[in-house]
Design a protein around this ligand. Structure first.
Ligand code: HEC
Ligand code: HEC
Length: 211
């Protein structure tokens, strides 16, 4: 197919709301101008699990999403919708009936991104923080940053201010291949780590300063 034909096909797909994959939907959503008030309205449903302030639950059952990069939120929602990230609890809340398509995704993501982050998330037992710090600095800083702030432009999640139990679960799921949208370089860095090692890193990360 030549370039012009491809371009008009993409335009057609976006105008009728059909996306070949989650990356296309994500890119299209991020190109739109968000309506934060509309996003706030949608968020009323999300608050049932993620709480009104977006701080989730200390036991890690529901993650902190407040203050996450807008790009990361849009990517996760597109991945969950495309079943590229297994999250059965959220499937009923990820369809067009709730989110209203790419514009709705961009709106709710913009609303969540501007909520203040959680200054005191759940933490680990604090017994192996030195080990956690050394491993974090060796294997994680390149992408998630010294303070765990990640990068909006690179779609690296903010992991500071997140609950210990959720961090640990994601690290285990990524290591064990249960999170389909995992970053391959990250996977390589943790694939040989046992649970105790991951616990020390998650504990260290849960104590990183939130801005
Ligand atoms: C019934 C409970 C429930 C509802 C309602 C819900 N979520 Fe979630 N959400 C979850 C769970 C559980 C996870 C974490 C799953 C996991 O451990 O991988 C999650 C994860 C997420 C993530 C990924 C967080 C991250 O750090 O990667 C985002 C973004 C998100 N939810 C946004 C939303 C939005 C927006 C809504 C409303 C439209 C919503 N959720 C409604 C349960 C819920
Ligand atoms: C090469 C870059 C890279 C490296 C190195 C890396 N990560 Fe990640 N990490 C990512 C990306 C990208 C994602 C999000 C993947 C996706 O869902 O799109 C992620 C996701 C995560 C998540 C899940 C966040 C959430 O909200 O669900 C955690 C926790 C995490 N990383 C911690 C770590 C730790 C700890 C290390 C070091 C042992 C590490 N990462 C190394 C890029 C990296």
């Amino acid at each position: 197919m030549n370039k012009i034909a491809l371009l008009s096909l993409v335009c057609l797909m976006t105008s009728i709301g059909v996306f070949a994959n989650e990356l296309e939907e994500m890119a299209y959503a991020l190109s739109l101008t968000p309506d934060i008030e509309a996003g706030k309205k949608t968020y009323e449903l999300c608050a049932a699990c993620h709480e009104e302030n977006g701080w989730g639950k200390e036991d890690g059952s529901f993650p902190v999403i407040a203050g996450q990069h807008q790009s990361v939120i849009v990517k996760q929602l597109a991945d969950i919708r495309a079943r590229n990230r297994e999250n059965p609890t959220m499937y009923p809340f990820s369809g067009d009936d709730v989110l209203g398509g790419p514009q709705g995704i961009e709106d709710v993501a913009a609303y969540i991104a501007q909520l203040p982050a959680n200054p005191s998330p759940g933490k680990g037992d604090g017994k192996h923080l030195e080990q956690g710090k050394a491993l974090y600095q060796k294997h994680c800083v390149a992408c998630h940053g010294e303070d765990g702030a990640g990068s909006a432009a690179a779609f690296f999640p903010k992991i500071q201010g997140q609950h210990y139990a959720y961090l640990l679960r994601q690290l285990q799921w990524i290591r064990d291949g249960r999170r389909k949208n995992a970053n391959p370089v990250m996977l390589k860095s943790i694939k040989d780590m046992d649970d105790k090692t991951l616990q020390s890193i998650a504990d260290y990360v849960s104590r990183l300063t939130v801005k």
